[in-house]
Design a binder for this molecule. Structure first.
Ligand SMILES: [Zn+2]
Ligand SMILES: [Zn+2]
Length: 271
């Protein structure tokens, strides 16, 4: 069996909506034939942003110790120390200072809020029925463009997350609103993850969609693979399907990050 790409997006119980110990996730990655695993739990936010989905800053040292201990125990199997940091209005003041000093192997940048609407939170799902869907998506992609402009992140998380509950704009609108954001992602030298968690949501499709994946390919934007696991059995979920989707879009390589390889190294996709 060919080794599968590393899973670059997994959570821990610290985010308050995941379960299993760090070592259980690592074991799952090994058992599933992955080349490595990177933890990217939700970044603490001392300004009180979205407290129900993240560790408090006092827990951060424990997070780091937990991941680094797991790395030591699993060696030589690569275990990455990463973070999923949100982009939101006003959030970058903290991140600009804090992120670079933490020596992360990988920083994933995600947008989970449009204004003060946590649009992917099941508790806020009904709000999708009251908004102009196309306008909401347009605001979302504007935020993704700003995320790229910060230069703080290496990978964009779940690029078309607003589709989670199935509320989507028409393809021509999507293409037109996503293009400037993707141009900015390319200009920033960032990668985008193929996040398989969307397959198991109402969207029934990985993030990003084939249409957006083709647009990434046109711009030569590298891809990596993330399950967004919130439980050990979800590590590396549907990676075979994600690799097929990448190949269908014309990709032959994926981006790999420390400790698997130097940042952004392009490796051949497994057959
Ligand atoms: Zn996320
Ligand atoms: Zn996540």
């Amino acid at each position: 069996m060919h080794t599968l790409p590393p899973d670059t997006h997994t959570h821990t119980a610290l985010c308050k909506h995941a379960r299993g110990g760090i070592a259980d996730y690592v074991r799952a990655a090994q058992q599933n034939g992955l080349a490595g695993i990177t933890f990217a739990d939700h970044c603490p936010a001392p300004d009180g942003y979205d407290p129900q989905h993240r560790m408090v800053i006092e827990q951060f040292d424990g997070y780091r110790r937990g991941v680094l201990d797991a790395r030591e125990q699993a060696a030589p199997f690569p275990v990455g120390f990463g973070i999923e940091a949100d982009y939101y209005e006003g959030g970058t003041d903290f991140l600009r200072n804090w992120l670079p000093r933490r020596q992360f192997d990988l920083v994933i940048g995600s947008v989970h809020y449009i204004g003060d609407w946590g649009f992917d939170n099941p508790a806020n799902r009904t709000q999708w029925k009251t908004v102009d869907i196309t306008a909401a998506w347009r605001r979302y992609f504007e935020l993704v463009g700003r995320l790229a402009d910060t230069g703080l992140y290496q990978v964009v998380g779940h690029l078309d997350l607003p589709k989670k509950f199935g509320f989507r704009p028409a393809d021509p609108d999507l293409r037109e609103m996503a293009a400037p954001a993707l141009d900015r992602i390319a200009a920033a030298g960032m990668a985008v993850e193929l996040n398989t968690s969307g397959l198991h949501k109402e969207a029934r499709e990985m993030y990003p969609s084939p249409l957006l994946l083709a647009m990434l390919r046109e711009r030569d934007i590298p891809i990596c693979f993330g399950s967004d696991a919130h439980a050990p059995e979800e590590v590396g979920r549907a990676f075979g399907e994600a690799i097929r989707a990448a190949r269908e879009a014309g990709y032959t390589r994926y981006a790999s990050f420390p400790p698997c390889s130097p940042p952004g190294t392009l490796l051949p996709l497994p057959a």
